[in-house]
Ligand binder design. Structure first.
Ligand code: ZN
Length: 708
């Protein structure tokens, strides 16, 4: 789907292992989530002992031996990074997002574990049973391959490439993995008042196109082949046969990867909008009978749909002509095994975990099963679980406080836009109108979803998974052609993250992030504006940046900046490309000093960091004036403004494994924590004033970059 912005993309939005939270509302192939969840420890007795302690501004984290004017990150985070190594089941450990996610996960686990043992009502019984079935690895081991045998038989019965469309439809109808297409439903890009079906590229196992085509990923591909061979051998194939099948799988996936959009194209809304009638769709791939395929997937008539990447469909058509039928059988068998490994006997789970956790993510040990099952159940029953969670963790005062804060931030952004020297009056007017119509979704949806139609069996994890996949798909497809813009959420309310979605012109701030260290109803305004305020400010600016300016107030694709404004924006932005490209990419500056941050890849997020901080600061200044406080008012030895910057900086205190940092250089659109702090404050003259830095020091340079 359309590229979205979340505040901590590296943690969850793209990396296999945790990218499960966006799966259900917009992604039809829900079973892919099974493959995307963390590979799990096999020890079901391993349950959490206590939640991590999460606090807002922490003065003990400060390294007072460091000079805030030379390296503010070291000053604000030095003691924290020293005392908080990356836990064994993680590769990156961030003081804000990681700790809060762990705390939320712990709370959810308690709730699910309780519901599994002593449910108090029908909904609790549903999600309690779902969770219990996932946790019951004894049952999975006992069942062996019994659960997937019918599916494997269906695949074995494929005897002609012409039958591929029916097979994929059949798999999808049963809730099984059904590559290579990705069905999605989202607001029509050019008429956002209604939902539209889209069919785009999918069908890969490794997380992205670059893993199949990049020269630097050749070792990953080699190791991936070994993994595929081992999985096929576990299902009973000889080594010789398994090797042939693995080579086939990699070859088909490589063709699909080459036909998939690259990063630039996949985030260009114009390039991803190609409306087709059903007849036109069929012409793209004459050998794939879409009528047969859709007949299995939905009873709804499909008249028009978006085909974001028509070439991908043409490639699949070409493959149907020359890939032998036994190769297709290998490909589908592989996806059935790989995407559902978490529901298979121990040998499969171990092999899956060895590849994904130990090799691919280089975790010291895989995350425990309870984390995986908690995350999967949360994805399946998001609203039902959140209802109780919100009652315990998100009081009405928290919602009211957050609403006030967002209103203050939006006013600050409106004021900021007024003062921008590079933006024309005409564009400013359009920007203000867009800002005024942003839909703020705070905490949780106004209407909770009903899950009563989803049947759950206490002892049948894979069956539950399949029924859930079908339930979610039917829910999603039921929206096609209907009015969009209702109170629809694309993340669960317990998620510790925030997002701006341009195609809906909506800001999502789930209850899961309206918690310390981001927000604390008892904290002083400086701490909250430096925390959640900077995050929300960051998200708001995304509505007006390079991508946001291609979507209008209704969420329709329409460029609303004048060409001159776009040019000015790009010119201002180029300063930050040069600035961030000088920063070292590794957590330890002595480790591989030649590796630098990619200033182009991280540009949009760096601009948003700087803009978000300015907006939050402006809103804090307004709040202090309203409270008749001066900025030099001190609490615990720090002025209001100093506390604001410290609260902001401490969001990004983090440790990361060397391997994970190296991978982030080419994949993560966010800069490392050190530079999200130092790069941002050195672009903001108010920081130097707050800490009384002599002009010319690293954090208060003579010349700095400014877009917002
Ligand atoms: Zn962002």
């Amino acid at each position: 789907m359309l590229k979205q912005h979340c505040s901590d993309r590296a943690r969850g939005c793209r990396v296999r292992g945790v990218a499960i939270r966006t799966v259900f509302l917009f992604v039809v192939s829900a079973s892919t989530a099974l493959a995307q969840t963390p590979a799990a420890s096999q020890n079901s007795a391993e349950v959490p002992i206590a939640p991590p302690i999460v606090m807002n501004l922490d003065l003990s984290a400060i390294d007072k031996s460091a000079n805030p004017c030379t390296d503010f990150y070291q000053y604000a985070c030095g003691n924290w990074t020293k005392d908080n190594p990356v836990p064994d089941d993680q590769v990156r450990w961030v003081r804000s997002f990681s700790l809060l996610q762990e705390r939320n996960l712990y709370g959810l686990w308690q709730q699910l574990d309780g519901a599994a043992k002593t449910p108090v009502g029908p909904v609790e019984k549903q999600y309690g049973d779902f969770f219990a079935a996932c946790m019951n690895i004894v049952e999975l081991d006992k069942k062996g391959l019994e659960s997937i045998e019918p599916t494997l038989k269906r695949v074995s019965a494929l005897n002609d490439s012409k039958g591929v469309a029916a097979l994929i439809g059949d798999l999808a109808a049963a809730g099984d993995p059904a590559p290579p297409f990705h069905l999605d439903v989202e607001p029509d890009r050019k008429d956002s008042s209604k939902y539209l079906l889209s069919i785009s590229e999918g069908g890969l196992t490794l997380p992205g196109r670059q893993h199949y085509v990049g020269e630097d990923s050749r070792f990953i591909r080699k190791r991936y082949l070994m993994h595929v061979v081992r999985m096929f051998m576990l299902v009973g194939d000889t080594m010789e046969r398994a090797e042939g099948e693995a080579a086939t799988v990699l070859a088909i996936e490589t063709f699909l990867a080459k036909a998939s959009a690259n990063r630039a194209d996949s985030s260009d809304p114009e390039k991803r909008y190609h409306i087709h009638t059903f007849a036109e769709l069929q012409k793209l791939a004459p050998d794939f009978d879409f009528r047969v395929y859709f007949k299995h997937v939905t009873a709804l008539p499909i008249e028009t749909l978006n085909v974001p990447n028509p070439d991908f469909l043409k490639t699949v058509n070409g493959l149907l002509a020359f890939v032998p039928v036994d190769s297709w059988r290998s490909y589908f068998r592989w996806h059935i095994l790989s995407e559902q490994a978490a529901a298979l006997p121990r040998a499969f789970r171990d092999e899956d975990s060895t590849f994904w956790s130990s090799y691919f993510r280089r975790q010291e040990k895989p995350p425990p099963r309870w984390k995986q099952c908690t995350a999967i159940t949360d994805q399946a029953f998001g609203d039902a679980i959140a209802q109780e969670w919100v009652e315990r963790n998100f009081p009405p005062a928290g919602k009211a406080g957050m609403e006030g804060l967002v209103a203050a931030l939006e006013k600050a952004l409106a004021d900021e836009i007024q003062t921008l020297p590079w933006m024309s009056d005409e564009t400013k007017k359009t920007a203000e109108r867009k800002l005024a119509t942003i839909r703020n979704r705070i905490g949780y949806p106004e209407k909770w979803r009903d899950y009563s139609g989803l049947r759950v069996d206490h002892n049948d994890f894979l069956g539950n998974w399949h029924r859930n996949a079908v339930f979610q798909r039917d829910y999603l497809l039921s929206k096609v052609g209907k009015p969009a813009g209702a109170d629809e959420w694309d993340m669960t309310p317990t998620t510790a993250d925030a997002r701006y979605t341009p195609s809906m012109n909506s800001l999502f701030i789930p209850a899961g992030i309206i918690q310390p260290p981001f927000f604390d109803g008892a904290a002083d305004p400086a701490v909250n504006f430096g925390g959640i305020g900077a995050v929300v400010g960051h998200e708001l600016t995304h509505g007006f940046d390079d991508l946001g300016s291609k979507f209008d107030a209704k969420g329709n694709v329409r460029e609303w900046q004048t060409p001159d404004d776009r040019k000015n924006f790009a010119e201002k932005a180029s300063c930050e490309v040069a600035e961030y490209s000088q920063f070292g990419a590794m957590p330890d500056p002595n480790d591989l000093p030649h590796l630098k941050v990619n200033g182009n890849l991280t540009l949009a997020e760096n601009i948003a960091d700087s803009g978000g901080l300015r907006i939050a600061f402006r809103a804090l200044t307004d709040a202090l004036v309203a409270q008749r406080k001066t900025a030099d008012h001190e609490i615990d030895g720090y002025t209001e403004n100093q506390r604001f910057f410290l609260s902001f900086a401490q969001l990004w205190c983090q440790n990361q494994t060397s391997r994970s940092a190296r991978e982030a250089i080419s994949a993560d659109p966010h800069a490392p924590g050190r530079w999200r702090v130092n790069g941002t404050v050195q672009n903001f003259e108010e920081f130097g004033k707050a800490f009384k830095c002599p002009k010319g020091q690293p954090m208060d340079p003579e010349k700095s970059c400014r877009v917002w």
